[in-house]
Design a protein around this ligand. Structure first.
Ligand code: ADP
Ligand code: MG
Length: 901
């Protein structure tokens, strides 16, 4: 190399340099990768591989936000007003209420925010690297320049990478270049002047591998990548606001307006009837402050976060917050078969060749021929086993029980092992020179091997496809006639009808320099695999049925295999499954009404391609369904995006599918989808309970004051007492309701109509009814106390205040589901509810018995009669409510009634 060349090289970008030079610059060995120690050093030097991270919200920031709320403004104004009139005690009491309320709000929000931040970490991406000579999966954030990165079809590229190896590698760079046609990548350097779209030797962060495999060295990470450079200013850590939170903000706004109007009217009525002006203004302010449901959006966040934690415990990671609300309204779940409904633990069971039909004897781990004797490993059998073992990428573990990669391939390798054929030795003899990866569109895969100066192409795939590409068959390579083909298709169906997953094996021999393709193949035979259903699936499917959710199997597998498994799992009654082939979905427009009905009623869709999955989502959505759709491959991304709930697989799935999905199943299990739907419903019903409780409490306060003003009764609550009730005692039970675990019967109700508002007729009726009950008992106590016990002044107000306060506390137990047990239900099982009730009861006792507080709130200690009256009257709304609920339930029997959720 001349000096010029060296200087030239030092300046040239990685894509213009030979791969070796880039490796040298990055000071890394290709075969060993970086050492962990070196990687840690570089992580310190270059920083985490992330675009501007979500800056965690600081505690101070949260506190400042709390102080900016209108309630704080109003209260401060009220305190200032009181101080201006020389009411020092009043001013101090307001200040105390303000401090307590701000603290509650602050700690709630802090917890919710931190919880969300922790949840976000669950959704972090990972990538494959080679370090210390071993392949490892690490969080994408820990990737450093110099890391050797291993990529394959379905990966989202996590850094800017200079390729050092590429096999049939294609990349979708539309996120960077806008070009949606995948471009082919290679290791050849390109011109230093090449524009981004032409840098074929590079993989860029944020783009997606659509095909092939490759390896490269990371040359830029985080903000130093092309993606980081182009988006430097755009990616502000925007916080995600869910539709639920938005709806709650909306509701808050509407309530504020309504409440301001009502309180102004009360104040006006009071002044007109000649009451003390100052008292009326204060009461109006107190009511306004009281009735405004301040913490609504943050409670939504809290309820979401709790629900998401429960989902995480069930192996569900939420990628998009907006999905949580929709989850509970899901009406159809379209699920993969292999790996989701089944274990994806394959064992070969049959091998059906032109030369004989073989069966695996599992107990003795031997291959038997049709006559039941141990198979002789003759030439045709060995040839089929060799092809089966070669064609694949999976690696069997040394013990033979486990391994990494496609379970069918592992099963084939184990089968070949019975004949003493080991994949490693086969590969050593016939090195792999090319590979066409499995593709759900072609439903086949092929590997090409150098063998005796020629190219051996080993093919496996769905029987229809392989047979269509074959022209000869068997050891003798006899011509494959139309009848032969039909006969083998029939045999494949027969295997499938036993519930086996069926593969066809084929091969071809080409000149050494030819390109392998699916043509002129020699068909070798069929292999059948058993894949046991997952243990809990049957139960989960039955749960879905009870929950009014349809479950539909969508599979690339053979119709007969799919039918057998569907009926086995209870997706349809035995013999009654409606199975529709994927290609019918493409002709939907041309279908008649009857046909369309049949497609909509089907429980199984077989031989479905990813494009047809998308059609299916469209079809269901046009029929008004809320669709959850599972997917794992790159091609599934459009269907996942279109579905109301896109569900990606954490174990089997690709990064591309994850990016398109709303939730990810870490265990790929169907049962986890059902658990997520359940949580979606629980979150929604919790929010409803919270709202209904808070609103019925607030309405009772407004009504109590309004009625007293209109009828000329003494005021049952003083302004400061209203503040104390609202800002201190009724928020805690309300918050507790928002975090409950839900009733046992959430999955025995039909799905919620997604267009149903947050509070429907049933909920508003509940609010009105229970608001009225609380009001009635408080005013009743006011009358009894006045006329019967002869109380007046502060002593009278004390009993009415305590009645409402304890009444609201007991009222929390009215918030159980209408069909749940009287004593054992979601509310009584919620420890936070008991904690809240205990704290509030303690605070109320303090308010009565602790002199400074009692003085400020103008509360006295009631005598025995007073306490008896308070307790009886405060428990009355709970007893009456329970009785009315029971009667209403008997009368209506199952019809929707007044209900908190
Ligand atoms: P699903 O995941 O819904 O069961 P796939 O799309 O994975 O269906 O598979 C569809 C068909 O493609 C299978 O029935 C099988 O015949 C064939 N097939 C699946 N995986 C492979 C593979 N790794 N190599 C070759 N053929 C395969
Ligand atoms: Mg599959």
């Amino acid at each position: 190399m001349t000096l010029e060349q060296i200087i030239q090289q030092a300046k040239a970008p990685a894509y213009a340099l030979p791969a070796e030079a880039v490796l040298k610059q990055a000071a890394v060995s290709r075969s060993r990768g970086l050492s962990e120690a070196e990687a840690a050093l570089r992580l310190g030097r270059f920083g985490p591989n992330a675009l501007l991270a979500h800056a965690p919200r600081s505690a101070i920031g949260i506190l400042v936000d709390q102080l900016r709320s209108p309630v704080v403004g109003l209260l401060s104004a009220a305190a200032a007003l009181a101080a201006a009139f020389g009411e020092w005690k009043e001013a101090a009491a307001i200040a105390i209420v303000l401090v307590i309320n701000t603290m509650i709000g602050f700690f709630t929000e802090l917890r919710a925010v931190r919880s969300m931040e922790a949840l976000r970490k669950l959704a972090t991406r990972s990538c494959r690297v080679r370090r210390d000579g071993k392949p490892r999966t690490i969080p994408a954030e820990d990737l450093v320049p110099g890391d050797i990165v291993i990529v394959e079809s379905g990966d989202v590229v996590t850094a800017d990478i200079r390729l050092v190896e590429a096999h049939n590698l294609f990349c979708d760079e539309s996120t960077l270049t806008g070009e949606s046609v995948p471009v082919e990548k290679s290791v050849r350097p390109v011109s230093p002047d090449a524009i981004l779209a032409e840098r074929a030797s590079m993989l860029h962060k944020g783009t997606a591998i659509t095909r092939g495999t490759g390896e490269g060295v990371a040359v830029a990470t985080g903000m130093a990548t092309e993606l980081g450079l182009t988006t430097r200013l755009v990616i502000e850590a925007e916080s995600e606001i869910s539709p639920l939170e938005r709806k709650l903000s909306e509701l808050t706004r509407q309530l504020v307006v309504a409440i301001l109007i009502v309180t102004a009217l009360i104040a006006a009525a009071g002044m007109a009837s000649g009451r003390d002006l100052m008292l009326m203004i204060e009461a109006a302010i107190a009511l306004a402050v009281a009735a405004i449901p301040e913490g609504l959006p943050i409670v939504a966040t809290m309820a979401l976060a709790r629900g998401m934690w429960r989902m995480a415990r069930r192996n569900v990671v939420v990628e998009r917050l907006a999905a949580v609300e929709t989850l509970g309204a899901t009406t159809v779940i379209c699920t993969d078969k292999t790996g989701t409904l089944t274990e994806n633990r394959m064992t070969a069971e049959r091998l059906w060749l032109p030369s004989g039909d073989y069966r695996l004897d599992h107990a003795r781990n031997r291959l038997l021929n049709a006559a039941g004797n141990e198979a002789a490993f003759d030439a045709p059998l060995r040839r089929a086993l060799e092809v089966g073992s070669l064609c694949g990428t999976a690696v069997l573990s040394a013990s033979g029980d486990g391994g990494v990669g496609d379970p069918m391939e592992l099963a084939l390798q184990r089968l070949a092992g019975l004949a003493g054929l080991e994949r490693a030795s086969l590969l050593a003899a016939w090195p792999k020179v090319h590979e066409i990866a499995f593709d759900t569109e072609t439903k086949m895969m092929a590997t090409a091997h150098a063998r005796d100066g020629r190219l051996l192409v080993a093919v496996k795939g769905a029987p229809e496809e392989v047979l269509a590409a074959s022209t000869t068959f068997g050891e003798s390579e006899a011509p494959l006639t139309g009848e032969d083909r039909d006969e083998w298709l029939r045999r494949a169906s027969a295997l499938a009808a036993e519930g086996l997953r069926v593969l066809a094996l084929a091969e071809s021999t080409l000149p050494a320099d030819a390109a392998p393709a699916y043509e002129a193949l020699n068909f070798l035979g069929l292999a059948g695999f058993r894949d046991p259903p997952r243990i809990d699936v049957k139960e989960a499917i039955a749960e879905c049925r009870a929950a009014g959710i349809r479950v539909v199997m969508v599979t690339g597998d053979h119709a007969s295999t799919a039918r057998v498994i569907a009926e086995m799992l209870g997706l349809a009654a035995p013999g009654a499954a409606i199975v529709v082939e994927g290609r019918e979905l493409e002709a939907l427009g041309a279908l008649g009404e009857r046909e369309r009905e049949r497609v909509l009623a089907a429980q199984v869709f077989a031989r479905v391609t990813p494009a047809q999955k998308l059609e299916l989502v469209r079809l269901y959505q046009s029929a008004g369904e809320i669709v959850a759709m599972t997917g794992d491959g790159v091609n599934d991304a459009p269907a996942l995006q279109k579905a109301d709930i896109g569900v990606a697989m954490g174990l089997r799935g690709t990064e591309v599918a994850r990016e398109a999905a709303d939730i990810v199943l870490r265990d790929d299990a169907f049962g986890s989808i059902v658990a997520a739907v359940r949580e979606g419903r629980v979150i929604f019903s919790n929010l409803r309970r919270f709202l209904v409780y808070l609103l019925s409490c607030n309405i009772s306060e407004v009504m109590v004051v309004a009625l007293a003003v209109v009828t000329g009764l003494p005021l049952p609550l003083l302004p400061l007492q209203i503040l104390f009730l609202n800002l201190v005692t009724d928020v805690l039970p309300a918050f507790a309701l928002a975090t409950g675990e839900g009733e046992d019967d959430v999955l025995r109700q039909p799905p919620r109509n997604p267009r149903e508002p947050l509070l429907g007729v049933a909920q508003w009726s509940f609010v009105a009814l229970y608001g009225a009950l609380l009001t009635a008992s408080t005013l009743g106590v006011l009358l009894i106390g006045h006329y019967w016990l002869g109380l007046h002044g502060d002593a009278l107000v004390t009993v009415s205040f305590l009645t409402l306060a304890f009444g609201q506390l007991f009222h929390v137990f009215n918030m159980r589901g209408r069909r749940s047990g009287l004593l054992v239900n979601a509310v009584t099982r919620n420890p936070y509810v008991w904690l809240a009730v205990a704290i509030c009861a303690g605070l109320l006792l303090l308010a009565v018995y602790a002199p400074p507080l009692a003085e400020a709130l103008r509360l006295g200690v009631p005598d025995r009669d007073g306490w008896t009256l308070v307790l009886l009257a405060s428990i009355a709304p709970l007893l009456l409510g329970t009785m009315m609920g029971a009667i209403g339930h008997l009368l209506r029997r199952g019809k929707e009634s007044v209900s908190p959720s």
